[in-house]
Design a protein around this ligand. Structure first.
Ligand SMILES: [Zn+2]
Length: 221
């Protein structure tokens, strides 16, 4: 039977994390439609095994996941599968999560909130310490477009509308952390003033989906 926990608000510019059992899902709702959310995941019993963008691109042979695609770990085990996506499907696996140094390079003097610290903030709240910062996050709702030359990337505001969401099913017991990205200099947050906004996450028990998750790609001949 499907049941949902009350939604958890990730405050603007902050981080939250959840622990999922295999088969549970987490829905990330872009409440205001404008917010980019960085996401990380770890095997709940071995934090050295983490959701890995590089191995996931090999697995799916895509720049970005589509509904039905699985994310795999650095040990190439499926960890999360995209089972719903009501957005236009524009997400990013290429851009490094923002960190303190990124804002220093953007000209900020003093501390600026950032996704890497938010990842720790969310996990510390669960009493769990990830072994290291991981710059390679899954950047939900982030709009990075490959240009017609096939090489150059263009950073654009998110195209998501208020209330649109993506749902990720756990393929193993795992921790999943989220950061409502505090970026307010590079124009990645959508529709207007580039102000970071809160988003909501909902843990769903017994999420039913006919999507089995993806098997790894292998060449046809
Ligand atoms: Zn960020």
């Amino acid at each position: 039977m499907t049941s949902s926990s009350p939604s958890i608000t990730v405050p603007a510019g902050h981080g939250k994390a959840v622990r999922l059992a295999a088969g549970q899902a987490v829905r990330v709702v872009n409440t205001h439609g404008t917010q980019v959310v960085d996401c990380w995941a770890w095997n709940a019993y071995d934090l050295s095994e983490y959701m890995c963008m590089e191995t996931t691109r090999v697995w799916n042979q895509r720049l970005n996941p589509l509904t039905g695609d699985s994310f795999v770990t650095n040990q190439r085990h499926p960890i999360l599968t995209v089972v719903e996506d009501t957005t236009p499907g524009v997400h990013d696996t290429f851009m490094a999560a923002c960190d303190r140094k990124r804002y220093e390079l953007l000209g900020v003097r003093g501390y600026h909130r950032n996704c890497c610290d938010n990842m720790f903030e969310g996990m510390f709240e669960l009493g769990v310490t990830p072994p290291r910062a991981n710059l390679a996050s899954f950047n939900i709702f982030m709009n990075i477009r490959v240009q017609p030359d096939g090489i150059t990337l263009h950073t654009l505001p998110t195209v998501t509308k208020p209330g649109e969401y993506i749902t990720l099913r756990a393929e193993m017991d795992c921790f999943v952390a989220f950061s409502a990205c505090p970026q307010d200099i590079v124009k990645i947050q959508g529709q207007g003033d580039n102000t970071p906004k809160p988003v909501d996450i909902v843990v769903i028990d017994g999420f039913h989906s006919d999507l089995p998750g993806t098997q790894t790609w292998v060449p046809e001949d």
